[in-house]
Design a binder for this molecule. Structure first.
Ligand SMILES: Nc1ncnc2c1ncn2[C@@H]1O[C@H](COP(=O)(O)OP(=O)(O)OP(=O)(O)O)[C@@H](O)[C@H]1O
Length: 485
């Protein structure tokens, strides 16, 4: 996948990295939507790709299939010759490269605005949308990310962030630009990560907050041989998770972006004087998404009605909007969705709800679809979650709306507990804990314990699935009228 990031655009084609954790039906829908001519299939994804193709209707011709063999594949097979390759593949990747024309001239894009990639969004709030980016946008994003994260030349980069997630936030190209070493990993667990850090002298890695939580909650934590820079984004990182991760020797940076921006375009630019603050205060500041990176022209939080900037008071809610070179060209075959979020004046409306602090740092409070409206008041599920993450027994937490006869909606918390607890908290214990730390209207009225919370293939908690569960529980009873007071 790493080589293809370069080979496909240089051949004049458009690259679409498909999320290999998706099911065959979704992959089939994406393939029919983007109509590729050629599909490169990793050896471990053969059955997924073949099943996806088998779901094509008879009138739709499938792409040519090229098999990428791996001489160290985990399936046990060594690099088998093409004669043993399934006949539905036209060739192997290596044979294609060998046959290649050494005099082939790199096909340059006609214009810097020509498309280079198509990336599908994670599908956290609805079906994945096909985001198209230009050469210009991706170039800007790549350079911007290297500068913003202050990546030195020749880093050792561990791929804990999948390359299919917005081209690894554009670090696929970024690592090549600065002569980085790429350490790729097929299986992902804390023990593998700790041993690869030691083995290869890893200096940099990226991951969604779920990755930080896994690394800092693992029973297999190993001391780091050197400080490792870890960049997190993709979902709100709870302050408690940030400070746990830093206490292990990771240097955490926090950024914010969307598939639609090609990578991270807002980041929590760290001020040296904040190092003097206590750990909990540092983590609280670092949990804020921050300020625009230099590749962005503008980033703001605006009132959805008036379009004007909200007050810089850290509490007035508005929508996060962005303007700059790495905003997408648009959604593939979906002009309505494109027009809805990309305005004529160049602003891109993210659908994320946030506040602007007095120092100009923005902070996400929710995705607009996740805001809980209780008794007419907007309530940030992210704020309730950050309190729950501080509870010593809680591993993961997500808060969604549950219908309520009196209040309209009340917060319903879904939590998974840490392993090896001697005493498990009850629903009431958790409610009491929140009561001591939150205004009463924000305290969850219901707490549901789960072994694990459902996640998207990019590691985001699927709030829509939890919302459905909360809805299925029926309205919380009107006794909650008293419990709110
Ligand atoms: N640092 C962050 N803090 C909070 N949320 C973040 C952060 N970074 C990204 N996000 C969330 O991730 C979203 C972008 O994610 P992505 O493009 O992967 O697809 P998705 O929005 O999860 O999926 P879909 O658009 O299909 O529902 C942002 O809109 C925001 O809600």
């Amino acid at each position: 996948m790493y080589e293809i990031q370069f080979g496909v655009p240089m051949s004049g084609a458009i690259l679409n990295c498909i999320n290999t954790r998706l099911d065959a039906r979704t992959v089939s829908v994406l393939l029919r939507h983007c109509e590729p001519k050629l599909l490169f299939v990793d050896t471990l994804s053969q059955s997924l790709a073949l099943e996806a193709i088998s779901l094509f209707p008879p009138n739709k011709s499938p792409p040519l299939l090229v098999l990428i063999q791996d001489d160290q594949d985990d399936a046990g097979g060594s690099n088998s010759s093409l004669s043993t390759v399934d006949s539905r593949f036209c060739c192997t990747y290596e044979s294609l490269v060998e046959k290649g024309n050494p005099n082939f001239k790199w096909i340059r894009p006609k214009s810097e605005w020509s498309p280079i990639v198509l990336n599908y969004t994670s599908g956290t709030t609805s079906s994945p949308k096909g985001v198209v980016h230009s050469h210009r946008g991706i170039f800007t994003m790549t350079v911007d990310s290297l500068i913003d994260w202050e990546v030195p030349k020749q880093p050792v980069y561990l791929w804990t962030l999948p390359m299919f997630h917005a081209n690894g936030w554009s670090f696929t190209w970024g690592m090549a630009a600065i002569g980085g070493t790429n350490v790729c990993v097929r299986k992902f667990d804390a023990s593998t990560v700790y041993s690869l850090i030691k083995k290869h002298g890893v200096t940099h890695m990226c991951g969604a907050p779920v990755v930080l939580n896994m690394l800092s909650n693992s029973p297999e934590i190993k001391p780091l041989p050197n400080p490792v820079q870890i960049l997190t984004a993709g979902a709100p990182p709870p302050a408690a998770v940030l400070s746990r991760t830093e206490s292990l020797g990771f240097v955490v940076s926090h950024g914010y972006g969307l598939t639609e921006t090609g990578g991270l375009v807002v980041s929590c630019a760290w001020k040296r004087e904040w190092n003097k603050l206590p750990a909990t205060e540092r983590a609280r500041l670092k949990a804020r998404q921050g300020v625009r990176t230099i590749g962005m022209t503008e980033a703001d939080v605006v009132d959805p009605e008036s379009g004007l900037s909200v007050k810089r008071d850290g509490s007035t809610l508005g929508e996060i909007v962005l303007r700059g070179a790495s905003v997408m060209l648009g959604y593939l075959k979906d002009p309505n969705a494109t027009n809805k979020c990309m305005k004529e004046n160049g602003w891109f409306y993210t659908g994320d709800v946030g506040v602007m602090h007095s120092d100009g740092y923005m902070e996400i409070k929710d995705r607009s679809k996740d805001v809980i409206i209780s008794g007419g008041e907007n309530l940030s599920s992210v704020e309730v979650e950050s309190v729950l993450y501080n509870h010593p027994a809680i591993n993961e937490a997500a808060v969604v709306a549950r219908p309520d006869e009196y209040w309209g909606e009340t917060p319903c918390a879904f939590v998974s507990l840490k392993n090896e607890l001697t005493q498990k908290p009850s629903e009431q214990d958790i409610i009491q804990y929140c009561r001591a730390k939150l205004p009463h209207y924000m305290v969850p009225k219901t707490v549901v314990f789960k072994e694990e919370l459902p996640k998207t293939s990019t590691g985001k908690i699927q709030k829509f699935a939890l919302r459905d569960m909360a809805k299925a529980m029926g309205p919380s009873s009107s006794s909650s009228r008293l419990s709110r007071m």
